[in-house]
Design a protein around this ligand. Structure first.
Ligand SMILES: [Fe+2]
Length: 275
């Protein structure tokens, strides 16, 4: 995460860069709700075998696929970590493993559509790929998954998100509920993201994996309307029964059906269809 370097920067005021109007209107167009529910689409999980701290081997991957299909998912965009330390592999390696998983899924009779992207840690690798215009986006769309620093929000963050937008990409913030500066002040996140990024909440946060404060923040984002997406961020087959299934049941109880569909079906579908 590059925490030492980031802590040397002044803290963000969350509003010091204006929203680019072009990006803002493009998002609105992309998010026009569809009328049909296409089944759940997961835009953040670690199902590709052996690449990161997710599925260890093909058996674990296929077990995850079977479980997600049984819960109502029909399309996945697997997002292995991308950073400067442990996860330095590039698009070609991810694509090769995704093809192996697609073949294994087909052989196992799993009907899920499997795409890939990456979950970028905020740091030098992200900046280098942005500058070189070679960010690994979600299923070759313009949307890129970005994990923000958790303990401290650099003052440059609004400018960085602005730059991502004006470079032709659209950032999706992965589980911002885990970022301490947003706890007890969701307005900061709303101000930072407005017109610059989409907000994706993780089921692991909703389940309480990271403690009560993050759980409360995650539910506030989902129920208060700020969240644009809910993703599983699933790493292991045992999370299906422990996390994804129970959280899905709770979401169905606590949210109107249309809101659930927006978060898990129609918005992801619209994003991927928008190119
Ligand atoms: Fe993740």
């Amino acid at each position: 995460m590059g925490g030492i370097i980031l802590r040397a920067e002044p803290e963000s005021t969350f509003a010091d860069v204006p929203t680019p109007a072009a990006v803002s209107s493009a998002w609105k167009a992309a998010l026009t709700p569809s009328d049909t529910t296409p089944g759940f689409i997961d835009l953040h999980l670690h199902v590709l075998p052996g690449l990161d701290d997710g599925a260890r081997d093909l058996d674990a991957s296929v077990a995850m696929l079977r479980g997600l299909e049984a819960l109502g998912y029909r399309r996945l965009v697997s997002t292995p970590h991308a950073d400067d330390r442990k996860h330095t592999f590039g698009r070609d390696r991810i694509e090769t493993v995704a093809t192996e998983l697609r073949d294994a899924a087909r052989a196992a009779g799993v009907g899920l559509e499997i795409d890939f992207g990456a979950e970028y840690a905020y740091g030098p690798r992200f900046h280098a790929d942005l500058e070189a215009r070679c960010l690994i986006t979600l299923a070759r769309s313009r949307y890129v998954l970005l994990e923000l620093p958790e303990a401290f929000m650099p003052a440059t963050m609004p400018s960085v998100l602005f730059e991502v937008g004006t470079s032709g990409y659209y950032p999706i913030l992965a589980h911002p509920e885990r970022c301490t500066p947003f706890h007890d002040d969701l307005q900061k996140l709303e101000t930072l993201a407005a017109g610059r990024a989409l907000i994706q909440v993780s089921m692991r946060s909703l389940a309480g994996t990271f403690g009560r404060t993050i759980k409360r923040t995650a539910w506030a984002l989902v129920e208060g309307g700020l969240a644009d997406l809910v993703a599983t961020d699933c790493h292991h087959p045992n999370e299906l029964k422990k996390i994804v299934g129970p959280v899905l049941d709770e979401l169905k109880e606590r949210l109107p059906r249309r809101r659930l569909d927006q978060l898990m079906s129609t918005t992801p579908a619209d994003l991927l269809a928008s190119g």
